[in-house]
Design a protein around this ligand. Structure first.
Ligand SMILES: [Zn+2]
Length: 260
């Protein structure tokens, strides 16, 4: 595969959190070879928006759910909204959902209830789960062990390198964001080197976690190529081989994903 026909997937992004217009972001991404963008919802409004973007742009696919920051907002109307959206053919997964004990924007007990509800929804819908976890690794992994047996699980913005062996043994997918390129990210880089090829995904989480050498500026899906180049270097493979592998992994993880 030559550079000309190289295509990248940005496996997790937030176009609705970016300042630029989504059409401009998608066009810039396509110009940079990014032909697939998985747009993650974070509440009912954002999840509706994710589906609208997926309907509007052939590059964009959606995930729907309430982020742990927004867990306190999930009411019966929000549950009904998310339940209705999972049937949409361009919705790939329930997410991003999980636990965030760093910011504690929602009470922890409520975060766990809301996460558990989403795990149940993913099971009923037969969809994968896209998980956010920060400073809550034990509770996240325990809850998944108890309730997510048989589900495809993607750990987005993978951030627990000390649990690598456990999560690989469970068959989870590990999605690395731009912070894997940061100079002090030695443990994360070791994990990105060690993860089995068939479990690896790469993402921007734009507008956050901008990869080197653009760190300090807002992230965009077009910049995911820098993360591919970095991780390819870590793993000693060509960028083309890595891009093909991640594409294959995304298609395996997300049964509704159809690529050209
Ligand atoms: Zn995210």
């Amino acid at each position: 595969m030559g550079a000309a026909d190289m295509t990248y997937i940005d496996a997790h992004t937030h176009l609705d959190h970016c300042r630029a217009d989504p059409a401009a972001l998608v066009a810039a991404a396509r110009a940079a070879g990014v032909e697939t963008i998985i747009q993650s919802g974070t509440d009912a409004v954002s999840s509706h928006r994710a589906v609208e973007l997926a309907e509007r742009f052939p590059e964009v696919w959606a995930t729907v759910g309430f982020h742990p920051h927004d867990a306190k907002e999930l009411d019966p109307a929000g549950q009904a909204a998310i339940e209705a959206l999972v049937a949409h053919p361009r919705v790939l997964a329930v997410g991003e959902v999980g636990l965030d004990y760093h910011y504690d924007h929602s009470p922890r007990a409520r975060q766990r209830e809301v996460f558990a509800w989403h795990v149940g929804l993913a099971a009923r819908a037969g969809l994968p789960l896209v998980v956010h976890t920060r400073e809550a690794d034990d509770h996240t992994l325990d809850l998944l062990a108890e309730r997510a047996a048989g589900l495809t699980v993607v750990l987005h913005c993978f951030s627990m390198p000390e649990r690598l062996e456990n999560v690989v043994a469970r068959g989870y997918y590990l999605s690395f964001a731009g912070n894997v390129t940061f100079p002090k990210a030695a443990a994360l880089q070791a994990a990105a080197r060690a993860v089995p090829a068939e479990r690896l995904l790469l993402e921007t989480d734009a507008p956050y976690l901008t990869p080197m050498p653009h760190r300090g500026r807002p992230n965009t899906p077009a910049l995911v190529a820098h993360t591919y180049a970095w991780v390819a270097g870590l793993r000693g493979v060509t960028v083309g081989a890595l891009a093909a592998q991640v594409r294959e992994n995304a298609v395996r993880a997300y049964s509704r994903l159809r690529l050209e």
